[in-house]
Design a protein around this ligand. Sequence first.
Ligand SMILES: Nc1nc2c(c(=O)[nH]1)N(C=O)[C@@H](CNc1ccc(C(=O)N[C@@H](CCC(=O)O)C(=O)O)cc1)CN2
Ligand SMILES: Nc1nc2c(ncn2[C@@H]2O[C@H](COP(=O)(O)OP(=O)(O)OP(=O)(O)O)[C@@H](O)[C@H]2O)c(=O)[nH]1
Ligand SMILES: [Mg+2]
Length: 436
Amino acid sequence: MMQDTIFALATPPGRGAIAVMRLSGPGVDAALTALGATRLKPRMASVRDLAYAGDHIDQALVLRFVAPHSYTGEDSAELHLHGGRAVVEAASGALIALGVRPAEPGEFTRRAFQNGRMDLAQAEAVADLIDAETAAQARQALGQLDGKLSETYAGFRLDLLHALALVEAEIDFPDEDVPDNLARTAGPVLDRLAEDLRRAVDTGRRGERVRDGYRIVLIGETNAGKSSLFNALVEREAAIVTPIAGTTRDVLDADLVIGGYAVTLSDTAGLRESADPVEAEGVRRARMRAEQADLRLWVRAPGDPEGVAAAYARPGDLVVANKADLGGSVPSGGFERIEVSSRSGEGLSLLHDWIATRLAQDLSGADFPAVTRERHRLRLNEALEAVEAGRRALDAGPEMAGEDLRRAAEALSRVTGAIGVEDILGEVFSTFCIGK
Ligand SMILES: Nc1nc2c(c(=O)[nH]1)N(C=O)[C@@H](CNc1ccc(C(=O)N[C@@H](CCC(=O)O)C(=O)O)cc1)CN2
Ligand SMILES: Nc1nc2c(ncn2[C@@H]2O[C@H](COP(=O)(O)OP(=O)(O)OP(=O)(O)O)[C@@H](O)[C@H]2O)c(=O)[nH]1
Ligand SMILES: [Mg+2]
């Protein structure tokens, strides 16, 4: 079956200096000819007057790419138009009249994937690079686009296939010259692989946090000044502040960038026992969010009760001793501690720097993370479990182990899309923007 020919605006909609319209599919050359763009040398920019049905559309810069030497691997073209709504409308109308269809989100990259121009992890990297707002996110996405994540998984698979070959040799030639002590040969290979996978899962937290944002949660007793500190850090009056204990109920999130890393900061309800069902639900949500935090700032004020929050703090938390302008002391309780005043602003830049240092500690690292999305982490854990099961099964016999190892290989292949791809295509490409 012949592929549709598709088009989409690749630049943001609206008024701009230039609007780039992208086309891909077997009908590209016919469409270009119908618009009057002829004698185009592949990969060379040419200025052409575009017209359709007697109407002049634009004087445009036109690029033509001949399959397979294009982004999608198909015949493709770009119309660099004057960036006004009317011109873009006229060009779209002409293309639709010529039987070229508007693209679905991510359809260009999906075709690039289906034509073997990139694997699934690289396609995800394209989306991540477009969404990147911090330098760290862009760096990580670019590494993934270059194939670093794919290489890591290829390495795991190679070790796995090595172990599988040993196991299968034992299955196929049980009476021949294969060492019959299988556990002695394949065992160490699997042990090493399991070790590598475990390390990859551990560093994976870092990749996901760089991509999705590092989660910082404010916790503390009511009235400690969590919402005041939240407002000071996000630099706007986002949260309600009152002298009434129990003001905050819902969890309030704000996205910010600290030290070049994306951070989600959450304000939460003050932790205390409450008979009010609304407040009790707020406290339940506060605890839930605090559980998932990468860093918790335990906000304390002079005279705070040694109450629920103290019982809740855990190693790694930072005590933020608030209301320093009032004098009076706040016990640190063995935690690292920084004195601030949300009111006067004293100490806030110190707090900012402390957080930036913690982020760099937790998120920077020389080697590229094996996991940047939950999808990767789930498959990696699946592979690790299967390898561990295979290792245990070696003693029971090669058939048992072979089954587990094939399951591990399949889990790893799903990350780069080497197999079992149909069910994940929708999930991966539906989040793209149109024109990518
Ligand atoms: N105008 C424009 N800018 C763009 C893109 C684009 O499609 N159009 N890209 C799209 O995301 C990115 C660049 N990525 C691209 C990757 C491969 C090919 C390509 O034509 N590859 C051919 C030829 C390679 C060569 O010139 O030697 C190939 O690999 O065979 C084009 C763009 C970013 N900038
Ligand atoms: N003097 C002084 N007062 C502060 C400071 N920070 C907050 N406050 C006051 O303390 C009271 C409580 O502040 P909030 O920010 O609402 O406290 P909270 O921890 O969010 O309280 P809940 O939402 O009830 O848990 C308000 O009256 C604030 O104006 C500070 O640094 N110095
Ligand atoms: Mg509050």
